[in-house]
Design a protein around this ligand. Sequence first.
Ligand SMILES: [Zn+2]
Length: 337
Amino acid sequence: MSTFLMMPAVGSCISTSTLPTGAGPIAISKPVGQGPLARNIPDDVKTIQEALNQVTVKGVTGGPIPLLVVDGIKGPKTQSAILKFQQAQVRSVRADGLVEPGKQTILRLNEIDSPISKFDLNAKLAASLPLLRAALAAAIQNVTIVITSGPGTTVSAALAEDRLNRHFALNTIDASGQSNARVNLFETYSEMALVVNQPDLFDMFGAIDAFDVDPQNAKIALTTAQGVFEPPLKDGADNPARQIRLGLGFFAPNVSNDFAAFILIHELAHFTSRRDGELIIDNGRGWFDDVFIRPLSAAQRLLNADSYASFAQECRTGSAAKPAFVKTTPGGLGGAR
Ligand SMILES: [Zn+2]
């Protein structure tokens, strides 16, 4: 990390290593500070020391004066700096001297030091939308080939059918159920593609209009089931339920363009849900052969966001191997992937 000369509002120039702007969100793996939950992993402590110093450098109340030494050791000066910051800037919670991943104190540090803007959103979407469009088109093509040529009648239909069986367990239901499921998948992926390819059909000005930044969310993304059908305005203001809201996690450096496209398909699945009106939820997260996906029935997978994202991902890349960014977790409420 480079050393810069900065002039904080509180005095003359000081030498400090700073987070370059655009470095992405401030994130820690385990709590930093005091109390039984604190782990004070040196890299996390460094992140917090650096972030607290940035508060001072930016001239915002509540930063340490003098600046903390960024050494990864949680000593008394770092501890009192955490408390001082919470007392000045995190009034919604009791100042407990503890910074926890995804909680108010780190959200406030992010708001002050590393705010995510529409500019960041546009840059990230510009890089990932082509992959997203390609994945949706590939999914539609794979489903179409089985519908039009009949299951397994050609080499490509056999391959597409195998993908449908692995991701959606279609081979576990009867022939008419399979036929209905294929039509439903075709309609649902088509609807998702319409949101990004013909957003004007939904009274959106462009594909990016379907998305917004949610700096209050330390996780990756959040959306409303069938949100695309929500009214554009609510109480005279933009209706947040009508957008896929991308939190700090989406902008983290580990979110590659491939991963971003996967996340966006997952969220689009919730956002449009199924053409027949059924809600697409999170019955389990992961790749088709993961522990939390394997037990799911065809009906459950056909209502499962990660199954839609995984099938489209394989159709685009041609690889059945699980990408490293796909993690498996149980299902549950909450659209945050
Ligand atoms: Zn979800």
